[in-house]
Design a protein around this ligand. Structure first.
Ligand code: SAM
Length: 290
């Protein structure tokens, strides 16, 4: 009797699934090829899984942070929408974003001379560099400086000014809950250079309307222009994801530099000049929340 198995048979035996619960009673389930890493940092549980449909994914505290298959949508939208309305920013601050993918997108822009990333968890960066080649490449660029700190504390004590501030935070649970609060938003405004743009991921308006409303209430008290924009991310809860665009001097549509985008050659796979404009069109139920 032989116990040699074909590849297909092995896959049948390795019947491992990962489920992320989105609201307690609903979720998304992935068939897992292998568990590449599981561990615990000072701040959170960290898992790196290889899945059949979405490729490798980073899971923090049981929530999917990104997958290889769809991460481009989130990172392009968080980076290029504010960039092309800010008009040639030279400096950028990324709060969170320890995977390095927001940096990867920003680094495509030659006007950006200085990029500072502040993530609370050194281990997230280590593991992303180990398992995701794009991540490793971002952190080796000489324009990038990394600080390991709580983003809320960093902006409170910083006396530097940034042309772009992007909040690439995990969900509003510790340790990222502070990044959704009015105090943090006010401290970010203090270090935003004149003519600067602030953008942040603001969760799913469909599943998380209270957070969405609180964040927009806080930000609209601070900025003359404060507008949500939306995108589609299949692995995020409800797939409908929101961001905030805020500035005192730049409007995301009136100041959108379409020519600069068309000449940029950034090689985006989701973002383009039509998506830039269309992402500010809001469904009625989202308008009613504001
Ligand atoms: N795209 C993601 C999403 O929406 O789920 C965000 C992913 S990114 C990996 C989130 C990062 O925020 C993590 O690396 C985490 O360590 C970092 N983070 C969480 N709380 C933080 C805080 N208070 N200050 C700085 N970084 C924080």
């Amino acid at each position: 009797m032989s116990f040699a198995m074909t590849h297909a048979e092995k896959e049948g035996f390795w019947n491992l699934w990962f489920s992320e619960l989105h609201k307690g009673h609903v979720g998304m389930t992935y068939k897992v090829k292998s568990i590449l890493y599981s561990g615990q940092s000072r701040f959170q549980r960290i898992d790196v899984l290889d899945t059949h449909e979405y490729g490798k994914m980073l899971v923090l505290y049981g929530s999917v942070m990104f997958t290889e298959k769809d991460e481009f949508v989130y990172h392009e939208m968080l980076s290029h929408v504010p960039y092309f309305a800010a008009r040639s920013p030279a400096s950028a601050l990324v709060i969170g974003g320890g995977d390095g993918f927001t940096l990867r997108e920003l680094l495509k822009h030659r006007t950006l001379e200085r990029l500072t990333l502040v993530d609370i968890d050194e281990m997230v960066i280590e593991k992303c560099k180990e398992f995701f080649p794009d991540s490793k490449a971002s952190f080796t660029d000489p324009r990038v400086t990394v600080e390991f700190a709580d983003g809320a504390e960093f902006v409170r004590r910083s006396d530097r000014q940034f042309d772009l501030i992007l909040v690439d935070a995990s969900d509003p649970v510790p340790p990222a809950d502070v990044l959704f609060k009015p105090r943090f938003h006010a401290d970010c405004k203090k270090i935003l250079a004149p003519g600067g743009v602030f953008a942040a991921q603001t969760e799913s308006p469909f599943y998380n309307p209270d957070v969405f409303k609180e964040v927009f209430s806080s930000l609209s008290d601070l900025y003359d222009v404060c507008m949500p924009y939306l995108t589609w991310i299949p692995t995020y809860p409800s797939a409908l994801w929101s961001f905030a665009f805020c500035s005192d001097t730049r409007h995301p549509l009136h100041d959108f530099d379409r020519e600069a985008f068309l000449e940029s050659g950034i090689g985006a796979r989701w973002y383009n000049e039509d998506i830039h404009v269309a992402s500010f069109a809001l469904p009625t139920f989202v308008r009613q929340m504001l």
